[in-house]
Design a protein around this ligand. Structure first.
Ligand SMILES: [Zn+2]
Length: 440
């Protein structure tokens, strides 16, 4: 006799995309979740004979939640305030002065909560952060039920909450201790860049992170100016300098990598570091276009990111997916160079690997944590549906996400947040923005 087992949640879809190697698009399928982990993936009819769900959600396409591998969540406060500038001018004349005045712990918490609301509503289940007040960010992320890799920003000059880099190193240690054992929060150290830290501080950061066994994040070769100045000052490209200081190593998350030489690509590959591609931010800041096809062909671990909302200007990872599939085609004039499925893979399994979470998230398979999103395909722009991967790469928007699940918890259901009050979150940011508008 066939006794059904209880499961906490059953997520079914017209198509399920496990994003595991070898498993294609599964029609009329489902995912059973027990204790926050995926218990089984298979046809919905099959799963219903074996599982008695305590809760159910359904939709058009079910896939792993998107992993945003680079950003500054608290910067939603500056969304749309300073556009159409190159990175250097934007940082010196706009971002850093504004942060000096307004990046208080309370404001960063409010901006982060808004970022999380936006990410959950567009299918992102995990984000890497590089910013200030990371203990508070970890608390907000935990309360909202999103997975995060915290990255306390380490910069060679006084920044909000950290008068010196040594203070920042102390904060990283404290973060590591505070969130040890938290199933949703990992800790990293976010060294800002080669142009804001001396080689000594880079080496010191690598040593502290090594002692804690945590990954490093760093902006790398984002602009031509960064590369030129690094060569002038140190006689090395940014990756070569990071290699010499011990920063470039397995697990390091190199954000951008827009201007990498052939030697740089070889160095990064040998080091085992990953690259977070942020093509939309690179376009907006006129930094250039990363060689996505070349990095992919080199076998470097790649993930996608949005960067902060002040340089994107939204946190919709579907734009990153689309640009990742489109830009290399335009640059190489080869339509096969980054197929739709490869771009979606970078946003899910690829990103999870770059953040050191490949054993937990990024694929729908038994034993993995249940982080996933569900797309509502009942929309004019998603009709008809032949190939789910095609729609995901070329036609889907964040607003097509109908449910989002993190660690087995439905945190966004029928397009409504279950862990945060969106109206009060927006109102709090509007209140802060009114002050920013007159203060900048
Ligand atoms: Zn950045």
């Amino acid at each position: 006799m066939n006794e059904k087992k209880p499961c906490d949640l059953l997520i079914s879809g017209d198509v399920v995309l496990p994003m595991t190697s070898g498993l294609p698009e599964l029609a009329d399928s489902a995912v059973a979740v027990v204790d926050g982990a995926i218990a089984e993936v298979g046809t919905a009819a099959d799963l219903r004979t074996r599982w008695e769900p305590g809760d159910e959600i359904r939709g058009g396409v079910v896939l792993p939640g998107l992993v945003n591998t680079h950003g500054h969540a608290g910067m939603t406060l500056y969304r749309g305030l300073g556009d159409d500038m190159p990175l250097e001018k934007w940082l010196h004349e706009f971002v850093w002065p504004a942060e000096k005045l307004f990046a208080t712990e309370e404001n960063v918490a409010a901006g982060t909560q808004l970022a999380i609301a936006e990410m959950l509503a567009s299918g992102t289940t995990c984000f890497a952060d590089m910013y200030f007040f990371q203990q508070r960010v970890g608390d907000v992320a935990s309360a909202c039920g999103i997975r995060t890799l915290l990255g306390q920003a380490v910069i060679g000059f006084p920044v909000p909450g950290c008068p010196t880099p040594e203070h920042a190193f102390e904060k990283v240690r404290a973060l590591h201790e505070r969130f040890a054992g938290n199933p949703l929060v990992d800790t990293s150290m976010a060294l800002h860049a080669v142009y804001t830290l001396t080689p000594e501080l880079l080496a010191r950061g690598a040593e502290v992170a090594d002692g804690l066994g945590i990954p490093l994040q760093i902006h790398v070769s984002e602009t031509e100016t960064e590369v030129r100045n690094c060569r002038d000052e140190h006689g090395l490209t940014p990756p070569a300098l990071l290699n010499r200081t011990g920063v470039l190593r397995r697990g390091t998350i190199c954000a951008h990598g827009v201007h990498l030489t052939e030697d740089d690509v070889a160095l990064v590959r040998e080091s085992g570091a990953g690259v977070s591609l942020n093509p939309e931010s690179n376009l907006k800041l006129a930094s250039g276009i990363p060689d996505i096809a070349g990095l992919l062909a080199a076998g470097i671990p790649l993930g996608l990111g949005t960067d902060g909302a002040a340089s994107n200007n939204d946190l919709d990872m579907w734009d990153s997916v689309r640009l990742t599939a489109l830009l290399p085609k335009g640059v190489t004039r080869d339509p096969e160079v980054v197929p739709a499925g490869a771009a979606v893979r970078l946003a899910t399994a690829g990103g999870a690997a770059v953040l050191g979470m490949a054993d937990r998230v990024g694929r729908l398979a038994p034993g993995m944590r249940a982080d996933l999103c569900v797309i509502d395909t009942d929309a004019a722009h998603l009709t008809p549906l032949y190939h789910a991967l095609s729609h995901l790469a070329y036609a889907t928007h964040g607003s097509d996400v109908i449910h989002t699940v993190v660690d087995g918890r439905v945190v966004y259901r029928d397009r409504v947040h279950t862990t945060l009050d969106l109206e009060s979150t927006k109102n709090e940011v509007r209140r802060i923005a009114a002050k920013i508008a007159v203060g900048v």
